[in-house]
Design a protein around this ligand. Structure first.
Ligand code: HPA
Ligand code: ZN
Length: 320
């Protein structure tokens, strides 16, 4: 359990689908899953890299059909996040993955948004919704979906860029990010998870991002580190994700302590907790076991998460 109020800033809501809920939703929607049972599904949670995870992650999304499915998934996450000590959550959803399966934009957006709307009263967790776009699909498609989200007045606070990173640099999405900025949305992008430091630089220079998801490979580039420290650019780090997707060999090899030491604005997040072995509290407890963080370091991580959130002043002050 976290001792300090914390914000979760890097969370894919579709990555919170636990095996039990996958089977429940499949049953409800009459979908035949290609797994013998829960144990068979769990046995597949061994990943060799980002793509091997994405294949299972996109496949399991097929169980999400109705607004109620999206709302139930979101509510299950919020309940678990509250138990982990999360007091504010900025949650990504990936509309293109659902549109491609014939699920209407309104169905996925309204389903997730309806659970978020009740979250503060129900779980004490304030929320924001972020639309993530697929970097391995054409930028024109992302732009079309962004226009549709704006046209329906979707309650989003920002956009993100995710999926297969290597070979899909941020620079291809300048138009999408310019449009989002013009519409008053925050700009976030995954960069430096599997991709090189150059992708982090592109996200800053070409997309104008306010926050970087992952960013751990910045540590290979001293000049970039200095720039990120100087600008206090938030990096939403996901330690258990990095271990499970083989971005680092073991948790003991994770650069988080070195990043903290350098004064980078890092926070701890769960990414796709159902797939990577745990929620924010699990990330913290394994980090503490491995690195024995001091009370000061833990306080810095919690404070970084709150000050890097897109929060109003009042809520921010209440959580700091
Ligand atoms: N990286 C890139 N894309 C993703 C991830 C991730 O960790 N999780 C869900 N989509
Ligand atoms: Zn992510």
């Amino acid at each position: 359990m976290l001792r300090l109020p914390s914000a979760e800033l890097h969370l894919h809501i579709e990555g919170t689908l636990e095996p039990e809920l996958i089977f429940e939703l499949a049953g409800r929607n009459g979908i035949a899953l290609p797994y013998a049972g829960l144990a068979d599904l769990r046995d597949r949670y061994e990943f060799t890299d980002l793509q091997s995870f994405l294949d299972l992650y996109y496949s399991n999304m097929q169980v999400l059909r109705t607004e109620a499915d999206f709302a139930d998934m979101t509510r299950a996450y919020l309940r678990r996040a509250a138990a982990a000590g999360v007091r504010h959550a900025e949650i990504m959803m990936v509309p293109q993955a659902h549109l491609a399966r014939g699920v209407a934009l309104e169905t996925c957006v309204n389903g997730v948004a309806s659970a978020l709307a009740d979250s503060e009263a129900e779980f004490g967790v304030s929320t924001g919704l972020i639309a993530a776009f697929l970097r391995d699909r054409p930028a024109a498609e992302a732009l079309q979906v962004l226009e549709a989200l704006l046209a329906m007045d979707a309650p989003i606070i920002g956009i993100d860029l995710d999926s297969a990173e290597v070979g899909h640099p941020p620079g291809g999405f300048t138009e999408v990010y310019a449009r989002a900025h013009a519409a008053g949305l925050k700009r976030i992008a995954h960069a430096g998870e599997e991709g090189p430091p150059e992708y982090v630089r592109e996200a800053l220079d070409l997309l104008g991002v306010d926050r970087i998801d992952h960013g751990i490979r910045c540590m290979e580039d001293e000049e970039l580190v200095r720039r990120l420290v100087a600008g206090q650019v938030p990096l939403t780090v996901c330690p258990l994700s990095n271990v499970r997707l083989r971005a680092v060999d073991t948790l003991a090899d994770h650069p988080l302590p070195a990043m903290l030491e350098r004064g980078l604005n890092v926070s701890v997040n769960s990414d796709d907790p159902a797939y990577f072995g745990g929620y924010v509290d699990d990330n913290f407890s394994q980090l503490e076991r491995t690195f024995g963080f001091s009370a000061d370091q833990l306080a810095t991580l919690a404070a970084n998460s709150v000050r890097s959130a897109f929060l109003g002043e009042q809520r921010r002050d209440a959580l700091l």
